[in-house]
Design a protein around this ligand. Structure first.
Ligand SMILES: *[C@@H]1O[C@H](CO)[C@@H](O)[C@H](O)[C@H]1NC(C)=O
Ligand SMILES: *[C@@H]1O[C@H](CO)[C@@H](O)[C@H](O)[C@H]1NC(C)=O
Ligand SMILES: *[C@@H]1O[C@H](CO)[C@@H](O)[C@H](O)[C@H]1NC(C)=O
Length: 311
């Protein structure tokens, strides 16, 4: 009896030792995974990683193309055609290609994304512009994340207590542009060729106002937009909203995702926290707002993200 106990105790300590050595090795080597294998073996240092467990979720986000464009990665002709039809663009794939080639001589040829690592826990706050943020006191909670992604003109000055003041990433397209400062990453959402040409233009010396730091610029892959539309939204609506695509994007670049400022305010209005509400109720345009909201709610229920709605 005693010997058996000693034996099993020994077995336990050997096992423990092997585990400790293995963990140490993994940590000291800081193995960075090749991008293609990202989803099979992703690990992180958070209490819980996004891809833990659930094969369905792993599969869903594993189907994603590279979320950002890079110099050496072109989209397929099929994806280009999908993108081209969003806004009735006339110019062809060759023109798209050469525009990007030129752009990548100005902005970094590979996007500045911090990859997954067993030593890292990349926490992200995705901050929408909903009026429901007013009075929420979420400011310091939002600022406590490594990555704080804001959208369009969602400003922080004057609203710090409710929305925070840190902005590591800002999603914009030309019509929603605002000045980003030198340290915020510009996450550019191109919806048409004009947008890419605009991005090119703002980094020319002749362009008067300084919108962003070109060294911190990255471009959302049109194939990623299509993936969100086809896979997440099952092709509902014409194309996904900026907010929804940003949530989907965060699932690719973060280990823990917390979502703030989405949905209607307490009175059911879809207004922005930084604008006085006009009389009309804002609609969600070409985007399937209801589906998007439900999917975010579902991700919350399945504990993939945390969706913060002030009471
Ligand atoms: C693409 O458009 C350019 C003009 O922008 C034209 O010169 C070229 O022939 C077109 N290429 C194809 C393959 O249609
Ligand atoms: C676009 O560029 C990619 C490489 O970046 C190339 O493989 C592809 O053939 C190009 N397509 C056109 C139509 O220029
Ligand atoms: C902005 O950042 C870049 C490096 O990305 C640096 O070269 C440049 O001097 C900075 N500009 C200002 C105005 O701080």
């Amino acid at each position: 009896m005693m010997r058996k106990l000693v034996k099993s105790k020994m077995a336990v300590s050997v096992l423990l030792y092997v585990t400790v050595v293995a963990v140490f090795l993994i940590h000291s080597l800081d193995i960075s995974l090749p991008i293609d294998n990202l989803w099979e073996s992703r690990v992180c240092a958070c209490r819980k990683c996004l891809t833990d467990g659930d094969p369905w979720f792993q599969q869903l986000i594993g189907m994603s193309p590279q979320p950002f464009l890079s110099k050496d990665h072109s989209i397929s002709e099929d994806d280009f055609k999908w993108w081209k039809h969003l806004q009735g663009e006339k110019r062809n794939f060759t023109f798209y290609n050469s525009t990007l080639d030129e752009l990548f001589q100005v902005i970094p040829p590979v996007p500045g994304v911090v990859g997954p690592s067993p030593r890292r826990c990349r926490t992200c706050a995705v901050v929408g512009n909903s009026g429901n943020l007013l009075g929420s006191h979420y400011g310091s909670l939002i600022d406590s994340h490594d990555i704080v992604i804001r959208m369009n003109r969602g400003r922080t000055e004057g609203y710090e207590a409710d929305v925070g003041s840190k902005t590591t990433h800002r999603v914009i397209y030309p019509e929603s542009a605002t000045q980003l400062g030198n340290t915020t990453r510009l996450v550019f959402f191109p919806f048409k060729m004009f947008d890419l040409l605009w991005l090119q233009k703002i980094f020319t010396p002749a362009f008067k106002s300084r919108i962003a730091n070109k060294d911190l610029t990255m471009i959302l892959n049109p194939a990623f937009m299509r993936y969100v539309h086809d896979v997440w939204l099952e092709k509902k609506g014409r194309y996904p909203s900026t907010g929804f695509m940003t949530v989907a994007l965060s699932l690719q670049i973060c280990d823990e995702v917390n979502v703030f400022g989405f949905g209607a305010d307490r009175d059911g209005n879809w207004n922005h926290y930084f604008e006085k509400l006009k009389n009309t109720r804002l609609r969600t345009g070409p985007h399937p707002g209801q589906q998007e909201y439900q999917i975010i709610q579902e991700l919350h229920n399945k504990q993939k993200i945390q969706f913060f709605v002030p009471q």
